[in-house]
Design a protein around this ligand. Structure first.
Ligand code: CMP
Length: 146
């Protein structure tokens, strides 16, 4: 199973990339693709197509294209649910302490991170950011213990 994580422009600008990736690695998940990139408008529109027409859509596109982000493919047992739990509620003010948003975000506009919310979403979102050949097959040295 795979999921897409984006460390959004605020997470990159605030130098939280290492800390955020550590949380997934510490949990026992695998990073199988990783890219620092500036998202163009076309890809941003595809990624956030479900939010088109919502009041926050235009500001969301401005935010996500405003500066570099880090796109990550994460794999592992139950990775979609586990990553969503580690990320926390969408609104940083409501996210539990101990989650990424709960620890680093105070609101909903700048919430540091995106994670696919289902297998269907992951299958739609991952190809927006990665070609198949960019997602590598690798094993953790501790795989028998995870
Ligand atoms: P994300 O998980 O990337 O999915 C959509 C993003 O829209 C969300 O995180 C927030 O960054 C942003 N957003 C801003 N306002 C809202 C809102 N009212 N509801 C949901 N998402 C919002």
């Amino acid at each position: 199973m795979r999921t897409l994580v984006l460390i959004k422009p605020d997470g990159v600008a605030r130098s939280k990339v290492g800390e955020i990736i550590s949380r997934f690695e510490d949990k026992g998940l695998k990073v199988t693709a990783l890219k620092l990139m500036r998202l163009d408008k076309d890809r941003a529109e595809r990624h956030y197509a479900v939010h088109k027409g919502k009041p926050f859509y235009d500001s969301l596109l401005n935010y996500i294209t405003s500066a570099p982000l880090v796109a990550i493919v994460i794999e592992g047992n139950n990775c979609i649910d586990i990553v969503r739990k580690l990320v926390g509620a969408t609104n940083g003010a409501k996210a539990e302490p101990g989650t990424i948003r709960g620890d680093f975000s105070t609101g909903i506009d700048f919430n540091l991170i995106h994670a696919s919310d289902s297998e269907d979403s992951a299958k739609y979102e991952i190809p927006i950011f990665f070609e198949d050949r960019e997602i590598l097959s690798l094993e953790r040295a501790d795989k028998d213990w995870l």
